[in-house]
Design a protein around this ligand. Structure first.
Ligand code: SF4
Length: 279
């Protein structure tokens, strides 16, 4: 979706209304300075851009599109009979109930992307993500039930993340795919950045920043040591191979050990964790 065809790029809001995640550059203007518009204005812009480009597809490239605005936008598109196809980035928050997802789908939404990050309730709290696994399960299910594709940004290597937590996170991802809550995902290895709460207060997150020396311009990615966490790069290959299979609707029955060429701990999650949240 990112690279096929052409999308008009537009933001619904500037910045992020949440601006709390500890790995995110929340002290920079493009995240921390949240400003909104009205649905009326937005639909005016959408109509103008369609007229200028002849393209009816829109990718709203928000940091996190606010649910209230998405509701207002969907209602306005339907009311004014403006027919577009659109997708955007969101937070998996509980406001996205079945009815809102249904309304979004009716107004032309075909996909959402959002951060599940490390699927561990301890680490989601530590990173101040403001969601937990149960909530992500129910919200992604609401989208999927309405034929809105869900892409999840996944993370491994967050400060203090243990081997057990990485494997348990993979098990959550496996079950979310198996239950068709998410259909697409990508693993990113955590990087401490200069303008994030982690980069600004590494002690609080039990890591040590070791470089690089600031040379005056745009040195945003920092090197760090994580003495209490696992050897994170070791997991890159196995996590990616497993995910590649799940993306192709395969490999759900394989034991997680199958994806790694070194011994890993058994997951602590029950096989019906996600099923239980849906029930
Ligand atoms: S990670 Fe996303 S939701 Fe969190 S503060 Fe940054 S932009 Fe907002």
């Amino acid at each position: 979706m990112w690279t096929d065809a052409r999308w008009n790029k537009l933001t619904i809001s500037h910045g992020c209304y949440w601006k709390q995640c500890s790995f995110c550059d929340v002290t920079l203007d493009y995240i921390g300075n949240y400003q909104n518009t009205t649905a009326e204005d937005l639909v005016n812009k959408i109509e103008q851009i369609m007229q200028d480009t002849g393209i009816k597809g829109f990718h709203f490239v928000d940091e996190a599109a606010p649910p209230k605005m998405l509701k207002a936008l969907s209602l306005k598109l339907i009311e004014r009979d403006v027919k577009i196809t659109w997708w955007t980035n969101i937070r998996f928050e509980k406001t996205f109930d079945f009815e809102l997802c249904q309304l979004m789908a009716k107004s032309g939404c075909i996909a959402v992307t959002g951060g599940l990050e490390v699927a561990s309730d301890r680490l989601l709290a530590k990173m101040k993500k403001g969601v937990d696994i149960a909530q992500v399960t129910r919200v992604t299910h609401n989208f999927s039930q309405n034929n809105i594709l869900v892409h999840a940004y996944l993370m491994y290597g967050f400060p203090t993340e243990t081997e057990q937590e990485t494997i348990d996170s993979l098990e959550v991802v496996r079950q979310l795919f198996e239950r068709n809550c998410i259909q697409s995902a990508f693993w990113h290895q955590f990087t401490a950045t200069a303008h994030s709460p982690v980069g600004l207060n590494p002690d609080e997150f039990s890591i040590k920043i070791i470089g690089p020396a600031f040379e005056g311009f745009a040195q945003n990615d920092l090197y760090h040591l994580d003495p209490t966490g696992a050897d994170h790069p070791k997991y890159t290959k196995g996590l990616n191979v497993a995910l590649h299979n799940y993306l192709n609707n395969a490999g759900y029955q394989e034991n997680l050990q199958f994806w790694f060429d070194f011994p890993i701990p058994k997951t602590t999650h029950p096989k019906d964790l996600i099923e239980g949240f849906l029930r």
